[in-house]
Write a protein that binds this ligand. Structure first.
Ligand SMILES: *Cc1c(COP(=O)(O)O)cnc(C)c1O
Length: 386
């Protein structure tokens, strides 16, 4: 079978892993809606024993996502959080993790409310300066968990610099690549050991599936993580795998438009009198712009804004008056969304922690979709005049 590893991104998005069905020639991978597989004689099967462990629709999707990250192995999970959880399950009581201070709220909740109870210690630090990391490393440190761009303040973390430190100290480096998508950034190539995606977002792309994925190169690491998937059972269903494969076929087209619309909207908002602050890594004056330029292919469609002098009520009023943007959690779908992190995605982070990371009451996060950008700007214009 051709693995498309020498082809360009769009060709891989469409073809990698998607072999025509050998029994019928169906060009689309069938939805193998089955829990078990008939064996010829005890222990003799066609490579599939029980569907928690393996499913052909899932296998096709995993090959596809691995190709997009230029990785050897991919494992899909029932959600992004389940994928993150699988990485944490490799740790033991007493182990320590170094992670960012501007994290997806659900990751922060998993680390502090679940894994701290199991005796794992987390250091939430500013990872934009990789030299900070070494101060927190001791003999118990096992893992660096980085998210870049960060959510919602769009800091860019230098993956290659983190990887250098991780390698010196024999730590694993895992990167949550959800915001960038494999189209914009490939952390394995920059030295990461594990890439995590909330497939729910750009990969799925149509706001109709919740799924996660881990991509790795090391066979041992893959074995360990696959053992966790099969033992703990956070596997995705075949219908969802089919939907994601269908979504990925247009990932490169969607991302081009997300980036184009993102740039237009960032430029429009930058000079808007109601905007006090704007976070978008494509601006030359963004503090991590140089690293963004180096490790990302473009700057994406995620933008956060702070409304100048707006109270919580005024922020609510504006957030509720959009007509094309929808007020909702999540991101990365074809439709534009607006989110109020303090009450929505980041509500589980204590106020003091939140504000230290710049997640203030009058901050709104935009996931710019692929609609016509003139309509999106018109919608922002009318909502901001409230
Ligand atoms: C959504 C998200 C997650 C969690 O993924 P789910 O699929 O919702 O479980 C993790 N990290 C980031 C950056 C996200 O945006």
């Amino acid at each position: 079978m051709s693995d498309f590893s020498n082809h360009k991104f769009g060709t891989k998005a469409i073809h990698a892993g998607a072999e025509p069905d050998p029994s019928t020639g169906a060009i689309m991978t069938p939805i193998f809606q089955t829990s078990t597989y008939v064996q010829e004689s005890p222990g003799k099967n066609k490579g599939f024993g029980y569907a928690r462990g393996k499913n052909p629709t899932r296998e096709a999707l995993q090959k596809n996502i691995a190709a997009l990250e230029n990785g050897k192995h991919c494992i899909c999970f029932g959600s992004g959080m389940a994928a993150t959880d699988a990485v944490m399950r490799m740790l033991k009581p007493g182990d320590e993790v170094i992670t960012g201070d501007d994290l997806y709220g659900g990751s922060y909740r998993l680390f502090t409310k679940i894994y701290e109870n199991y005796g794992i210690k987390f250091h939430f630090i500013n990872l934009t300066d990789a030299s900070n990391i070494e101060k927190y490393i001791n003999s118990n440190t096992k893992l660096i968990w980085a998210e870049t761009p960060t959510n919602p303040t769009m800091q860019i973390i230098d993956i290659a610099a983190c990887s250098k430190i991780a390698k010196q100290h024999h730590l694993l480096l895992a990167v949550d690549n959800t915001f960038a998508s494999p189209y914009l950034q490939n952390p394995l190539a920059l030295g990461a050991d594990i890439v995590m995606h909330s497939v729910t977002k750009y990969l799925g792309g149509h706001s109709d599936v919740v799924m996660g994925a881990l991509i790795v190169n090391e066979d041992k690491l893959h074995e360990q993580l696959y053992f966790i998937l099969n033992s703990c059972g956070a596997n995705p269903g075949p219908m969802d795998c089919f939907l994601v494969m269908r979504g990925i076929k247009t990932l490169h087209l969607r991302m081009e438009r997300h980036c184009y619309n993102g740039r237009k909207i960032a430029e429009y908002l930058k000079t808007h009198p109601k905007i006090g602050k704007i976070y978008w890594p494509g601006f030359a004056e963004h503090p991590n712009h140089e690293i963004a330029k180096e490790q990302m292919r473009d700057f994406g469609g995620m933008i956060s804004i702070v409304l100048k002098g707006a109270s919580l009520e005024e922020t609510f009023k504006i957030a509720s008056s959009f007509k094309v943007f929808s007020l909702a959690e999540s991101l990365g779908g074809v439709e534009s969304l607006i989110n109020h992190p303090v009450t929505m995605t980041h509500a589980s982070i204590p106020k003091a922690e939140r504000e230290k990371a710049g997640v203030v009451d009058n901050l709104l996060r935009l996931s710019v979709g692929v609609e016509d950008v003139e309509d999106l700007i018109e919608d922002l214009n009318q909502a901001l005049s409230n």
